[in-house]
Each structure stands twice: as C-alpha cells, then as structure tokens.
Design a protein around this ligand. Structure first.
Ligand SMILES: Nc1nc2c(c(=O)[nH]1)N[C@H]1C(S)=C(S)[C@@H](COP(=O)(O)O)O[C@H]1N2
Ligand SMILES: [Mo]
Length: 370
C-alpha cells in the first residue's frame, strides 16, 4: 500500500490510481474514474514512463531542430510562445499496452505490466503546431520522418538509452500534431512531459514524446530502441528477447477499441435496469461509428447511445440501459469505426509477445440479484 500512495502523492495523482510500478511511475485510474466526462482530470490521467522522470528547468530548456532542415536551430520556450500561434487540441492518448491484462489471461507476458482499460485518457493540449515550427526551421523536401529525442534514460532498452520515437512527415505536418506546454489549461506537469511534449493525436501514446529536446528531420524512421524494436507487433511465435530492429510491424494509428467503465468488473447489482457505460476510440482519420452491447455472449446486440464527437481526435463515451438476467452475467461491448472495422471477439487471436493492441471485445462480469 505504501508504494501506491507514495507514487500517487509525488505525481499529484488521485490516491486510488492502480500503480503498476512506482519507479518508474506507471499508473492508471480505476475504470469508473474515466466514465462520463470527455476530459480526464489531470490527476486521473494515466502515466506511462520507461525511465526516471526528469525535472527540467523551463528557462534553460532548449528545443533543437536539426537534420534535413535549412540549418540546425534551437528554440527556447519563450521563442515558441512568441514566434508561433498557440493552438489547442482535444485529444485522447492511448497506450499500445492498454488492456494488456486481457492478453496476459490468455498467456503470460513476462516483463510487461498488466494494464487494464485505464491506459487511455483525454486532455485539452495547448502549444504550437509542429508544422509551424518545421516550416520556420526550413524542412527539406526529402525528409520522410520526424524523429523526437528526450533525456530520460531507460534501462529497459537494449542497450539502455534515452527515449525516442518518430512519425511520418505527413503526420508531423498535420494541424493536430502539437508541441504542447499545457494540459487542461494548466502548465504541463513533470510526469506528463514538462516543459514541452509532443502530442500526436490518433497514434499510439508512445509517439507523443515527453520532455522533448531534439527534433530531427530524416529519411528513415528513428533508430531509437522504442521505435525500431519496441512498440512493434511481433508474430505470436516470436521470441521477444531475440527481436531486433525492424522485426514485426511498426504501430502507428490506434485500432478501434472500447471498454466498459460501469458497472465495475466483479460488481454485485440489484435486480432491475442497469446502466452500462464506457468509452470507444478509433485512431488515425477514423471515428467511432457504433457501439453494440450484448448480454448473451454476442448472439444478440443492443446499440448503445453514443455521445457526439467533440473532436476528431477524442474518444466518445456511450451508454445503454439494460435489464440484466439474475445471477452471473457477462456484459460485452464492441465498437465499430467509420471504416467498418469492428473489435475482434477474442484476445487469444490477438496475443503477441509484447502484449500490444488488445482491442478484443470488452467484457465485465457481474452478479445480479434474482
Ligand atoms: N520521453 C518519454 N516520452 C514518452 C514515454 C517515456 O517513457 N519517455 N512514454 C510514452 C508512452 S509509451 C506513452 S503511452 C505516453 C504516456 O503519456 P503520459 O504519461 O502523459 O500519459 O508517453 C509516451 N512518451
Ligand atoms: Mo504507451
């Protein structure tokens, strides 16, 4: 219990966070805490860290742009604020390890945390467009990838190295991709990347590099461990300890996913109408088209009521009032996206050695009074 509370206090998180690790801090809110509001309060927003959290001094911090640009250039936080227009984007971050616990139930995934549905949260991010700063730096036409480097050193990387990632240049030039210094109208907290982080809406959280200090325009994706080797989907039979750069497929846009936030898994409910509620999210340029709910193992479905989409980059909450049969009941949900892709039924079909992208049907088990 000590570590749980301590981690939450140090990082200004609510004290009921589910702390998977306290050093480095890795924690998600309980599922009910994500229900109903589009915005996740900053003290409730999950946090995923691969190394010790740096505390950077905002006045001496510089962001270097180099590689395939007109000439290497450093920007201070003041320069970013005064030389470029400020923009705000409402965007969901979803970790590629969100809902990994469901894959671990199929087969163990040593060395990876059993994230539930809470490695997904939504904030209002404010800062400047990466595209505006790249234009000022003079991006060369041959650049195909924009790489990000941060100072936090991860012992989990092979060899140990600082965190980095990259995105294709067309995503970097999208109006939604930000260099953000504020989260929910407050200065970015240290644990979320102060003074400035990248926010890449619609892509896996791993690309939204925190504490960014260097941005490089280049022909190839980043050769950082977290881009070249980790956050890649390996075939089920692969040995992850043998995986090298370029193995498996690189994860970018988030696949359609949803989970049930209410009732809680394991809840005991009175007989009568029960409101089932949750979130659904589809990355890339896709949106959520429909959410179905079933209490008979997927033989029949009811359509949930889906909230309006507040931003092309944000999740949508949904709800559905059901009269559940008495006894043990499994409640299932599945979302469809605007490309007509639906969540697949079974986590067994999706199992992969690093436990990424579990977007199988959401399931909670409850006991209903007779
Ligand atoms: N520098 C740095 N950036 C990082 C990480 C990290 O460990 N170091 N973790 C990444 C991962 S995997 C995710 S899911 C998101 C989580 O962002 P959050 O902690 O603000 O929720 O940050 C990404 N950016
Ligand atoms: Mo992540």
């Amino acid at each position: 219990m000590g570590a749980r509370t301590e981690g939450a206090l140090v990082w200004d998180k609510r004290d009921d966070m589910v702390v998977h690790e306290s050093e480095p801090y890795n924690a998600e809110p309980p599922r009910g805490a994500l229900a109903d509001q589009v915005l996740t309060a900053t003290d409730t927003f999950y946090s995923r860290n691969h190394g010790p959290i740096p505390r950077l001094e905002p006045t001496s911090w510089r962001l270097r742009f180099d590689g395939m640009v007109d000439g290497a250039r450093d920007f201070s936080l003041d320069q970013l604020r005064t030389e470029f227009a400020a923009h705000t984007v409402l965007a969901t971050l979803q970790c590629a390890g969100n809902r990994r616990a469901g894959l671990i139930e199929v087969r163990d995934i040593p060395g990876e945390d059993p994230w539930g549905p809470g490695a997904t949260s939504t904030a209002q991010w404010s800062g400047v467009r990466l595209s505006d700063v790249l234009a000022a730096a003079g991006l060369s036409p041959g650049a195909a990838h924009i790489a990000f480097d941060a100072p936090d050193v991860s012992q989990l990387a092979d060899p140990p190295q600082s965190y980095g990632a990259s995105i294709p240049v067309h995503k970097a030039l999208g109006a939604e991709t930000l260099l953000a210094w504020a989260m929910n109208d407050q200065p970015l907290p240290a644990v979320h990347g102060a003074p400035v982080r990248v926010v890449v809406p619609g892509h896996i959280g791993a690309r939204s590099v925190k504490w960014v200090q260097r941005i490089t325009a280049q022909r190839q994706p980043s050769d950082n461990y977290f881009q070249a080797t980790a956050y890649r989907l390996l075939p089920a039979e692969a040995d992850p300890s043998q995986a090298g750069p370029g193995d498996g497929l690189s994860l970018g846009a988030v696949a359609v996913n949803s989970d049930i936030l209410r009732p809680d898994d394991g809840a005991s409910l009175p007989a009568g109408p029960t409101e089932v509620a949750g979130y659904a999210f589809a990355g890339g340029d896709r949106g959520v088209a429909r959410v179905d709910v079933s209490v008979d193992g997927g033989r029949t479905w009811r359509q949930a009521e889906l909230d309006d989409q507040r931003s092309p980059w944000a999740w949508q909450h949904w709800r559905c009032t059901l009269t559940l049969p008495g006894g043990e009941v499994e409640i299932i949900a599945r979302a469809w996206d605007t490309s007509a892709a639906a969540q697949p039924e079974s986590p067994a079909q999706l199992w992969n050695p690093k436990g990424y992208v579990n977007n199988s049907w959401a399931r909670v088990h409850v006991t209903v009074d007779r």
